[in-house]
Write a protein that binds this ligand. Sequence first.
Ligand code: SAM
Length: 447
Amino acid sequence: MQLPKAHTELVKQLLGDEFPQWEKSFGEAPPVSIRVNPLKWKNNYPGTRIPWCETGYYLPSRPSFTMDPFFHAGYYYVQEASSMGIEQAMNQLVDLSKNVKVLDLCAAPGGKSTHLLSLITENSLLVSNEVIRSRANILVENLVKWGRDNFIVTNNDPEHIGELTEFFDVMLADAPCSGEGLFRRDHDAMKEWSAGAVELCTMRQRRIILDAWPALKENGFLIYSTCTFNEEENEKNIVWLKEKIKFESVELQFPADWGIVETKKNGIHGYRFFPHRLKGEGFFLTVLQKKEHSSSKPGKQKPVMNLLNNREKELVKNYVNDPARFDFFSFDGLVTLFRKTISSEMQTVCRRLNVVHAGLAIAELAKGLKAVHPLAVSTELNRRNFPEVELSKEDALKFLAREEVKLVGEKTGMTLVTFKGAPLGWLNALGNRANNLYPKEWRIRHL
Ligand code: SAM
């Protein structure tokens, strides 16, 4: 594999004597790692723990994730180990037993958003934003499968996010970058790399932070991360921002034997994950604490959301455990639930931003209040309310490919499909035959 020369020169400057070890690491296979979903995965854990993430594991080899029904059921997320480092920032900055409002500004495909959902309380709120519309769909898919309901997926430019003035306690900006830290596993990123591309990324990253900055509360934390090594997109960007906005750089603590390298440039604390020092790819992390107040700007507001009428609510309220905890809305043709504790904040976001998915969608309004997919994979599903059918692995994969599944026995109506007890989705059973209601766009395409 031929690394771009200008890039290796840059890393040489950064690493000095360690450069040969770094170069050697490019000939080695990248480690395989997953992060389990603690609300779903209750069995034995699958491999060696990643030191900086409670739920992160290295696997001894790469299985076929597509052919594993648990993967589709949201039992785990396949994620590069270094990027799980944000858990340390969250642990050290935030009292995670308290309710917080968190923004994931550049969120697709959802690795860090699913991680954040596992770290915050169920009465905290995550707004997970992706500016590219097509990528917002994959973000919804991954978050829905994770099974939580305290999140909203938005599709906005950071400029519009900034209109939610002083709303968030924590903002994660996992910025689009030149991807130097991923060259070993992503050869396309390597082909696209150039000094010009680094400069373009730098400009974009600055704009993203400056535009979204007003949405962070005074004294709130911005976690800035990239998967690239060069200083332009990392420390130097933060130094540049010091002229524009008021913040303090926050120091984090990492045990020395984890191999994470601390950098300090012009008073900015940075944390670097290098593939030759630890089992993971390249990653950079820094934290800024906001030290100024942003005044609010009038933004456009959409109409308020409609509560579901009582007759319809009666019909669907037992779809979830303990329905008294939720407000029931009719939203975008769906019965949608917001936790009462955060309902008002969720409605504020829905009025101000371009929402792609919000809370927990449980039923279609137009089709006789038929249950919808997010309910099947939600940790709030009331399983006593629906018949279930347990499938073999072969049939579960057919179901996930949206093929016909034969039913033995006389089941009728909306039936929850499970594999080893894990809910996968819905079948509408019509005696021995059944309509497969697995979402078309999410199906396995090649069995
Ligand atoms: N945080 C994600 C995760 O853990 O799965 C990965 C995010 S990726 C490094 C950066 C994201 O920023 C991409 O999804 C990309 O579409 C988005 N992006 C690109 N240009 C952007 C912009 N101008 N403003 C905000 N986000 C942008």
